[in-house]
Design a protein around this ligand. Structure first.
Ligand SMILES: Nc1ncnc2c1ncn2[C@@H]1O[C@H](COP(=O)(O)OP(=O)(O)OP(=O)(O)O)[C@@H](O)[C@H]1O
Ligand SMILES: [Mg+2]
Length: 249
């Protein structure tokens, strides 16, 4: 489903991704954890070319791309394989919840307005926000806006959803609702890569957890392996620092 080989990315002299290999199987949920500045967001952004990697091979769904040399068509194809959920929602402020979801269906996937609306309403129901279809983002809570962000990603039926700290901008009381939506999507065998600081969530929902530091994957394994029996000293220190996953959501 997703195969990434030897991704490298530097911003001038600063090497941010130093040879990342990654494999994600269909339906798998992968959580990426690690200290601030370790390259987690950059890695996600390289997967859909929001950031251009200097080197590496990326294969997602039906797309394959060599970062050193690719055509616009290949880039377009790769971008179509994933949808991104951002920390700050990035909704269109001048569009309603439903319009935020249907936009890509109409413009990029050339679906009719009726078909797009039908899909949009169905997905709004899945995230529990059918009644907000005609509301504008500014009138919604952060948690509701993020659920629209997730609905928008789901709507285009991508091969994988990439989520970059989807709950870290939310007030604590809104986090659980959003995590529950993500969990329900995970249970439907949606392939996901999620960068998160929510250790309990990662432990409960992820099939695989990756610990990144300084542009490297330091350690990866099942949640039990990584959280309960970390092998690497840096992993141990990080988990101790952020606190072990406590109660489940
Ligand atoms: N566009 C950019 N130009 C220059 N440096 C950048 C750019 N984007 C990221 N960086 C640098 O790359 C490094 C990795 O950033 P990245 O955002 O990937 O980290 P992160 O692991 O997502 O951190 P956080 O947990 O704080 O979100 C940081 O040192 C950051 O300052
Ligand atoms: Mg980040």
């Amino acid at each position: 489903m997703i195969t990434v080989k030897n991704i490298r990315k530097a911003f001038k002299d600063l090497v941010v991704l130093d040879g990342i290999d990654l494999e994600v199987k269909r339906g798998e949920v992968v959580a990426i954890i690690g200290p601030s500045g370790s390259g987690k967001s950059t890695l996600l952004r390289c997967l859909n070319l929001l950031e251009r990697p200097d080197q590496g091979l990326i294969e997602i769904g039906e797309a394959k791309l060599n970062a050193e040399k690719f055509t616009r068509k290949e880039a377009h194809r790769l971008r179509q394989q994933t949808a991104m959920v951002f920390q700050n929602y990035n909704l269109f402020k001048n569009k309603t919840a439903l319009q935020n979801i249907t936009e890509a269906l109409i413009v990029a996937q050339h679906k009719s307005r009726d078909e797009a609306k039908r899909i949009g309403m169905d997905i709004l129901k899945q995230v529990g926000l059918e009644h907000k279809a005609d509301s504008y983002p500014i009138t919604m809570s952060g948690g509701q806006q993020q659920r629209i962000g997730i609905a928008r990603a789901l709507a285009v039926n991508p091969h994988a959803i990439l989520l970059d700290e989807p709950t870290s901008a939310l007030d604590p009381e809104l986090v659980t609702g959003v995590l529950q939506v993500i969990k329900s999507i995970a249970e439907k065998q949606t392939t996901m890569i999620i960068v998160t600081h929510e250790m309990a969530f990662a432990k409960e929902v992820a099939d695989k957890v990756i610990f990144m530091a300084d542009g490297h994957i330091v350690e990866q394994g099942t949640p039990e392996e990584l959280f309960d029996h970390p092998k690497n000293e840096r992993t141990k220190r990080f988990i101790k620092q952020v606190g072990e996953p406590a109660e489940l959501i």
